[in-house]
Write a protein that binds this ligand. Structure first.
Ligand SMILES: [Zn+2]
Length: 286
């Protein structure tokens, strides 16, 4: 599932390719990603509008239009591909549109944008500025913004009877972190994923805060992690998958201490950690 670094990488490419272009037409093959909006309503709202900017909030992309925005969430397997009609597509780009292409935007100057989603958990619809504001207000701080501090993190974890892994996946606590970067940040902070959020000290929160920011910045620098479905709008793979320290490395030696990396279920998600660098004693308290 694309997380903050992948969505931010997509945003940067789309901003460069789409900003200033006008939407001439929208072709919709499947309405599920639009729900509860109809294809007719989406077309009526977006057609003829110029894309002003491409923004990101958590794992959402917002294509800001003259009026309202196109809201895109990639879900599990969503992809956005941008190309120019008549120009050759990159070699490994799927032939588009294919049966998994749900929305095609035709823009001026031959620019095309395809929304493709094999498993169809993604979203693509038009929203008003008020809806965009409400969406943003319902999400926690952007981890790379000054609003996210060790103090705010500590505060949001107090009285939480659930694991720090589950809390990092909660978009109201920190926006944009998912399964991969939660595991990577906890490893860097030397905190076991099973530890209850409320027992973390300010010192641990300070380490975790720094680790979250560091891993996200590095992953953005390497243009995200491609394990299966993630490609940027120019069909390029990310480069961070080769730099993961625990995620996907079950049984392989820890990069710090050589202990085999463990994998188990925490917060209902496959979770990776080093049992030596991230020690954890099961609490006897109920
Ligand atoms: Zn280790």
């Amino acid at each position: 599932m694309p997380e903050l670094p992948e969505v931010e990488t997509i945003r940067r490419v789309l901003e460069r390719k789409l900003a200033g272009h006008r939407i001439l037409n929208l072709t919709i093959s499947h309405e599920k990603p639009l729900r509860p909006q109809s294809a007719l309503a989406l077309q009526a709202h977006a057609r003829g509008q110029r894309i002003i900017a491409v923004e990101r909030r958590a794992k959402y992309l917002l294509l800001r239009l003259e009026e309202g925005s196109l809201l895109v969430h990639l879900g599990m397997t969503g992809q956005l591909f941008a190309m120019v009609s008549g120009k050759p597509a990159p070699a490994d780009m799927p032939g588009l549109p294919d049966k998994h292409t749900h929305v095609t935007l035709t823009l001026d100057r031959g620019q095309l944008l395809y929304f493709r989603d094999i498993r169809r958990f993604g979203h693509f619809r038009w929203i008003t500025d008020q809806e965009a504001t409400r969406l943003s207000e319902g999400l926690g701080p952007e981890p790379l913004s000054p609003q996210f501090t060790p103090g705010t993190l500590l505060k949001s974890l107090t009285r939480r009877q659930t694991s720090i892994k589950a809390l990092l996946l909660n978009q109201r606590i920190v926006a944009g972190v998912g399964n991969i970067y939660a595991d990577e940040a906890l490893f860097r902070a030397r905190i076991a994923p099973q530890i209850l959020g409320r027992v973390l000290t300010l010192e641990q929160c300070t380490r975790l805060h720094a680790a979250i920011r560091e891993v996200l910045k590095e992953a953005i620098h390497y243009r995200g992690t491609t394990l299966s479905d993630y490609y940027d709008p120019e069909s390029r793979r990310g480069g961070f998958q080769d730099r993961l320290k625990v995620y996907g490395r079950e049984g392989e030696p820890c990069v710090t201490c050589q202990t085999p990396v463990r994998k188990g279920i925490v917060a209902q998600r496959g979770t990776h950690w080093c049992p030596k660098c991230q020690p954890w004693k099961k609490s006897r308290r109920k």
